[in-house]
Design a protein. Structure first.
Lengths: 188, 161
């Protein structure tokens, strides 16, 4: 599969390069943020740290509701069409699996650290469908930690996410880049 | 792409339409799926990295998916109106990369565009092809807010007989 623009996607360029092009941050010291003052900051995170997130059962009604709003393809909305499709039965939208995983990640991890926004994600693979009635759980591992070169009061955390069904089979994997406030900027 | 794999052209831009993000729907989406303070609490968000409430990136992505599906459906209708049989889009095996380039704030109008950048016959799934699509989203000032490279299955006409 070729790409019309060989410079994209930025598989080599990391989140720091994305950040450099953004210029969207409105503060220079995170000491003034009362919302995250008592949370773990960038300096408190460790490479390889693994967090077991919670679980959620994906019901038929949840699949219909998400698909009606965001992914109204016949095989997410109609059980007969779903049986005839590649998925072989009613399955969640892959975007719904991702959204439910993000919720598990917020509840189980991001809301306990000084998370400061997502930069993007890569290598997202929907490895097998999440069928109605399946229970998915997730695990996040810190796979990268580095300071932003342009915003030293922020760190860039890379998380490897693995989502499993009730049989322990991976249904989705992805790598996510997220900003985290640091307690101290790097001294000049 | 509601065309048969064989008919899909590489490189052409495909407008998917626009969506105005309201504060209420930003909060509703994030309350369900991404409840971080800068997505759900306008007051707390003032202290955060964006200086105010912003949409969850996953919200921007999900609205883009909706626009893509609607555009596929509209094209299928056009083809049927011309007496042609539309092709069959399939599920997606994944996303190569996605970047959030700028925040989406309440009141922003986001315009989505799709471009097919590559296609090949699937090795693993007989009768299907794989498309590489780039989706881009820009705000009302023309600034890029989101870009992703998506992969999707598309049925071969020859396989449909």
């Amino acid at each position: 599969m070729g790409s019309a623009n060989p410079a994209w996607p930025p598989r080599k360029a990391g989140p720091a390069e994305w950040l450099a092009s953004r210029g969207r941050l409105t503060y220079t010291s995170t000491a003034m943020n009362p919302v995250t003052a008592h949370r773990r900051h960038f300096e408190d995170l460790a490479l390889g740290e693994t967090v077991e997130l919670g679980a959620v059962t994906v019901t038929k009604d949840m699949i219909f509701a998400f698909a009606r709003e965001f992914d109204p393809l016949p095989f997410h909305l109609d059980e007969d069409a779903a049986k005839r499709s590649l998925l072989g039965g009613l399955a969640s939208s892959g975007w719904q699996t991702g959204a439910l995983t993000l919720r598990l990640l917020c509840d189980g991890f991001l809301n306990s650290i000084a998370a400061a926004g997502g930069l993007g994600f890569s290598d997202l693979k929907w490895r097998q469908p999440v069928m109605a009635g399946d229970t998915i759980s997730a695990r996040a591992t810190i796979a990268g930690l580095r300071r932003s070169s342009h915003h030293p009061e922020l760190g860039i955390m890379t998380l490897d996410l693995v989502v499993l069904n009730q049989r322990g089979e991976p249904v989705m994997t992805m790598s996510l880049a997220n900003l985290v406030e640091a307690r101290e900027g790097i001294p000049a | 792409m509601t065309r048969w794999f064989e008919d899909i052209e590489i490189g052409a831009d495909w407008p998917l339409g626009s969506h105005a993000f309201t504060e209420a729907e930003i909060i509703a989406f994030a309350t369900a799926y991404d409840p971080q303070y800068f997505h759900i609490d306008p007051e707390a968000a003032r202290h955060g990295p964006f200086g105010g409430l912003v949409a969850s990136g996953w919200h921007t992505v999900s609205v883009g998916q909706r626009h893509m599906v609607d555009a596929l459906g509209a094209e299928a209708e056009r083809l049927r109106a011309q007496g042609r049989e539309p092709g069959v889009p399939g599920p997606s095996p994944g996303v190569n990369a996605a970047e959030f380039k700028a925040p989406v704030r309440p009141g922003d109008t986001i315009t989505y565009t799709l471009r097919v950048t590559g296609k090949r016959v699937s090795n693993s799934l007989p009768g299907w092809g794989l498309l590489t699509n780039i989706i881009e989203a820009t705000n009302q000032r023309g600034e890029l807010v989101y870009r992703a490279e998506l992969v999707a299955f598309s049925k071969l006409r020859e396989a449909a007989g």
